[in-house]
Design a binder for this molecule. Structure first.
Ligand code: NAD
Ligand code: GLY
Length: 366
């Protein structure tokens, strides 16, 4: 079992425990502060069947009163309507300001539960129990919470840190292959940002990573969290440095939205986005051919896409990139890599440069 402590300003901190089967042992539990013994597991319909009972039993056997509240599975339910339904359920269950939420799920649940916890009764404690690889390596740590609006993803949210993060790697056994691989895109992103060490580790262990081998997986998750912790500790509210975590996301998000959510999964879009942004870095004289080639090899070895599988409508792509029509024609700001481990933030990129990237990553409609 690994333990990582996230230390923030004003003496705030929380522990992250990572292990092959955390919910089969409890030596870590006494390290975690709980405001009371009353809480709920907030999860989705699928994970309620797969894993909630195990987590509920674990807490109940240790003297906690824990109910399960499930929302429908899927990004399309990460919205304010779902949040409101959850508030009503929590009130019906008599939760008070000392109660807590255990968020059991992928990134949709970790974001949604964090948002509910930050607003219900003006804020109650919550703990992350991430079950997807993406949530285990990224969304469970750092306190970004949020829901989607019709206009776009994560447009309403808060910064609200969890009081603990419990990462049980055995949950990954039931994660479908496509979802597992998309988590690997965020791992690759972290490795490129961290530097040669982690990137080489991924290259050398790609087969075991794809095979979900325990010890390698624990190392991958721990390294990813250690990197994110270091960034969040320096820049909790994304005043600057934290924006490096958006590497690959500028082009990735625009592709995801232009194709219609659900066609390309988020991690797949980020993988293609990193490919595009690596090309952009070379074209703008910021990055090198060598770094471009290494990123390609890593993404390929991890079974991640380098191009999108269907034609892209240019108008849809650019209006997603500028976020709204009024900003059309302006420059977009990107994080690019000068080298592995050397991100450059806030690079302003013009439409003409993006137009040169597109043939590298997709076919353009018309
Ligand atoms: P997700 O939560 O939709 O999970 C993907 C699918 O896998 C879902 O159907 C889910 O039910 C299922 N699943 C999860 N764990 C499983 C398991 N152990 N076994 C079987 N099925 C399982 O998607 P995701 O990729 O985990 O997360 C994407 C979300 O995360 C997006 O909404 C994104 O905005 C958010 N995100 C947030 C941050 C942050 O810092 N807050 C960072 C990255 C992404
Ligand atoms: N995943 C981006 C962030 O946490 O800032």
């Amino acid at each position: 079992m690994r333990e990582i402590v996230v230390s923030l300003s004003e003496g705030r901190s929380y522990r992250v425990f990572i292990g092959p089967s955390l919910f089969l042992r409890d030596d870590w539990l006494q390290e975690i502060p709980f405001p009371s013994r009353r809480g709920v597991i907030l999860t989705n319909d699928l994970l309620k069947v797969l894993h909630a009972e195990r987590v509920q039993r674990f807490f109940v056997q240790r003297g906690y009163a824990v109910d399960v509240v499930a929302v429908p599975d899927g990004e399309e339910h990460k919205n304010l309507a779902t949040v409101e339904k959850v508030y009503h359920r929590l009130l019906a269950l008599d939760l008070d300001r000392k109660s807590f939420i255990l968020a059991l799920g992928g990134g949709v649940i970790t974001d949604l539960a964090g948002f509910v916890a930050s607003t219900f009764l003006r804020g109650i404690a919550y703990y992350q129990i991430p079950t997807s690889l993406l949530a285990q390596v990224d969304s469970s740590v750092g306190g970004k919470t949020g829901v989607n609006l019709e206009e776009g993803k994560n447009l309403v949210g808060t910064f609200y840190q969890p009081s603990g993060v419990f990462i049980d790697l055995s949950f990954l056994e039931t994660l479908p292959e496509r979802e597992y691989r998309e988590g690997l895109a965020e791992v690759a992103k972290t490795a490129f940002l961290e530097g040669k060490d982690f990137t080489t580790f991924l290259l050398e262990h790609a087969e075991d990573i794809l095979g979900r081998k325990g010890t390698v997986l624990e190392e991958v998750v721990a390294r990813s969290i250690a990197f994110k912790k270091a960034v969040v500790e320096k820049d909790e509210r994304e005043g600057g440095l934290r924006s490096i975590l958006n590497y690959g996301h500028t082009i990735g998000h625009a592709l995801e939205k232009a194709m219609g959510y659900g066609v390309l999964r988020h991690g797949e879009a980020v993988s293609v986005g990193m490919r595009g942004e690596a090309f952009l870095a070379c074209a703008l004289g910021i990055g090198t051919e060598e770094v471009y080639a290494i990123q390609k090899t890593v993404l390929e070895k991890l079974g991640l896409p380098l191009r999108v599988p269907q034609k892209i409508n240019l108008n849809a792509f650019f209006s997603a990139l500028w976020r709204d029509k009024k900003r059309e024609g302006q420059k977009v700001r990107c994080t690019l890599l000068a080298d592995l481990g050397k991100p450059v933030t806030g690079v302003e990129v013009e439409k003409a440069a993006i137009l040169k990237v597109l043939p590298e990553i997709c076919e353009v409609e018309g």
